[in-house]
Write a protein that binds this ligand. Structure first.
Ligand SMILES: O=C(O)C(=O)CO
Length: 254
């Protein structure tokens, strides 16, 4: 498997611009990020500084979330939010350009919390994002989150995500299989992988319970990786778990 480090949830004891080099030092050649800025367009200087940090570290950016609002405050996307849609649209070209400059082929568009989400707006915004991403040969992915931690997020199953993706009807829109969220929702992630890996545009992992590193919970990750390979998944697997202190990546040696 090809693993990448999510720099928005791991290595967060370091300033953002030091995290790509820390990921490289830990033995990785790829990273992913939630939109790391408080605005849809932070300006050329901030974008250039982040790009430089990634390039200097010698890692590839393989996944980037579009601006999803204030994640720390609990927001989970802008696609379907009438009060966030303008912000999402202002971010589309900025995020796609940044991804294009770094050769990043996956952009994640989170739906947005209810109440008051507008499904037709989400479909329209996803089409706009997909059409922009097509210009750099990238895929836009749709993610299901677990409702225990995200009680207001409407897309909480692979089925709901597949339906949205089908409705958007663009070749470059796929499923982000976050196996932690799906497992927490009681989905059989092994069966899902066997049946639907061809629809996976990206995979993210954490163990359940706890959202820690593989081995900290009860998910059968050795089997999951074997099944992803057997099902022909060739993309990256993003490490999107929480870990404090040393040993965040020790499980890879076992
Ligand atoms: O908010 C989360 O938990 C995510 O996985 C976002 O990508």
């Amino acid at each position: 498997m090809k693993f990448d480090v999510n720099l928005s949830i791991l290595l967060t004891d370091l300033p953002l611009l030091e995290r790509p080099a820390a990921a490289a030092k830990a033995g990785f050649d790829a990273v992913e990020l939630w939109w790391p800025f408080p605005a849809p367009d932070p300006g050329a200087a901030d974008l250039a500084a982040l790009r430089q940090a990634i390039e200097d570290a010698g890692v590839r950016l393989v996944g980037l979330n579009f601006d999803a609002g204030d994640m720390a405050a609990g927001e989970r996307g802008l696609l379907a939010r009438p009060d966030g849609s303008d912000r999402f649209r202002a971010n589309i070209d900025v995020a796609v350009r940044f991804a294009g400059e770094l050769g990043c082929g996956v952009l994640n568009a989170l739906y947005g919390n209810g109440p008051g989400t507008d499904h037709a707006l989400a479909v329209d915004n996803l089409r706009r994002a997909a059409d922009a991403a097509a210009g750099i040969g990238a895929t836009v992915v749709v993610e299901a989150l677990n409702s225990h931690e995200n009680p207001h997020y409407p897309i909480t199953s692979s089925q709901a995500a597949f339906e949205l993706i089908d409705e958007v009807d663009r070749d470059n829109v796929a499923f982000l299989a976050d196996l932690y969220h799906l497992n927490r929702m009681g989905e059989d992630v092994l069966a899902l992988t066997d049946r639907h890996a061809a629809r996976f545009g990206h995979v993210q992992i954490a163990d359940d319970p706890g959202r820690g590193r593989p081995g900290s919970g009860r998910m059968p990750y050795a089997e999951i990786f074997a099944r992803l390979e057997a099902a022909g998944y060739h993309g990256h697997v993003g490490l999107e778990y929480r870990h404090e202190g040393p040993g965040a990546f020790d499980w890879r040696q076992t």
